[in-house]
Design a protein around this ligand. Structure first.
Ligand code: ADP
Length: 361
């Protein structure tokens, strides 16, 4: 099912008794989610991700704008008539019911032509349980399950109504690191198998990048950039997006362009033809540094950490106002630990320039 968000805006009255300015949680958001894709809605806490999801599922009504599922305008349809399955961060399972009863729950209140026989309900529950591989746990209560298993039950419960759209709100944040990784791979597998159009909300850039066909990066209710994860990583539209994607975080220094060169203070680091003279923020990805004897940046070494395949090198340079420069280089490079200086050249594709006049830091 294709989802179209047309200029949706959500304004809430202020929660504060002293400040009466309304909060614009989502600000004129337009986007088309192609049928069968998994979209990662990404951004820091408070940027409007959950409000967007709640508008798609019908828990919130947009103040402005429209939402379409396929050709149907669902903007004022109640959640139960939208054919969406929703999974929350806290799983929201009924503790006194068994896994099977939890999964069956959404089917028991179906009315009219949607009503199912007992056997049909059981078949559906078993099919959903099979998809998330919890067939052996059907008689247990949620309290007897691990976090990862509870989350799978929540997903099975969302799938049992065979929704057209699956909405996941920070579904992995209560899991430990290892389970998070495993469960996110499983979600991707289930999504691929069922081909349900899915929106996955997370503040974790790595999670969104690894699982999504397309990501939407939000800040303060505004969409900053949309695109395939790698595209957005390789071509961030502003400093916020550049900083939000990638670990370790991108290095950002003040610099400028002049006469076809890019400078950090008086240090020329790259040539750049056709660039007007201007003040810049220069973003350099950690993997954008190349160790080279004749490299233009001679940095003072302040720390090295070998991480198996890669080496993390921390250094400083007066042209970067002695800010820590974080670089990641392949362990195949031999770093001379006895030397206090490392020489770097830069990979042009890993260096991003943002106009200081228009891009707020
Ligand atoms: P996120 O999911 O990205 O953390 P939310 O969508 O929950 O962000 O919230 C976006 C903004 O809207 C925040 O400033 C939040 O405080 C505000 N907000 C969300 N729900 C309400 C509400 N019911 N009443 C008032 N403000 C709200």
């Amino acid at each position: 099912m294709k989802i179209i968000l047309k200029n949706i805006t959500k304004t809430f009255p202020s929660r504060s008794r002293r400040v009466h300015t309304p909060v614009t949680a989502v600000d004129h958001f337009s986007f088309e989610i192609p049928d069968g894709q998994l979209i990662g809605l990404l951004g820091p806490s408070g940027c409007g991700k959950s409000t967007t999801l709640n508008m798609i599922c019908g828990l919130e009504t947009p103040t402005e704008g429209q939402i379409f599922f396929g050709d149907q305008d669902v903007t004022s349809l109640p959640p139960e008539n939208r054919g969406v399955g929703m999974v929350f961060q806290n799983y929201a399972l009924y503790p006194h019911l068994t896994v099977l009863q939890n999964i069956l729950f959404p089917l028991q209140n179906l009315k009219g032509k949607n009503k199912l026989s007992k056997q049909e309900m059981l078949n559906r529950a078993q099919e959903a349980a099979r998809l998330v591989q919890i067939q052996e746990l059907m008689d247990r209560k949620p309290g007897e399950l691990s976090g990862g298993q509870q989350q799978r039950v929540a997903i099975a419960r969302a799938l049992v109504k065979m929704p057209h759209v699956l909405l996941l709100d920070e579904p992995l944040s209560n899991l430990d690191a290892r389970l998070r990784l495993q469960t996110r791979e499983e979600i991707r597998k289930i999504q691929k198998a069922t081909k349900i159009t899915t929106v996955f909300v997370t503040h974790d850039q790595e999670e969104a990048m690894s699982i999504s066909d397309c990501i939407v990066v939000m800040k303060d209710g505004l969409v900053q950039q949309t695109g395939k994860p790698q595209q957005v990583y390789d071509d961030p539209c502003n400093l916020f997006v550049a900083r939000f994607l990638g670990t370790p975080q991108i290095n950002v220094f003040k610099g400028f362009s002049k006469d076809g060169g890019i400078y950090l203070n008086d240090q020329k680091i790259l040539s750049a033809k056709n660039l007007p003279d201007q003040e810049l923020y220069i973003g350099i990805r950690p993997e954008g540094f190349i160790l080279r004897e004749d490299g233009p940046l001679s940095c003072q070494l302040s720390g090295i950490e070998v991480m198996g395949r890669d080496i993390s090198v921390v250094s400083t340079h007066p042209a970067c106002e002695n800010q820590a420069i974080r670089s990641i280089i392949s362990a195949e490079n031999k770093v001379d630990l006895s030397s206090s200086v490392v020489h770097f050249a830069l990979k042009p594709g890993k260096v991003f320039l943002f106009d200081r006049a228009t891009d707020a830091r």
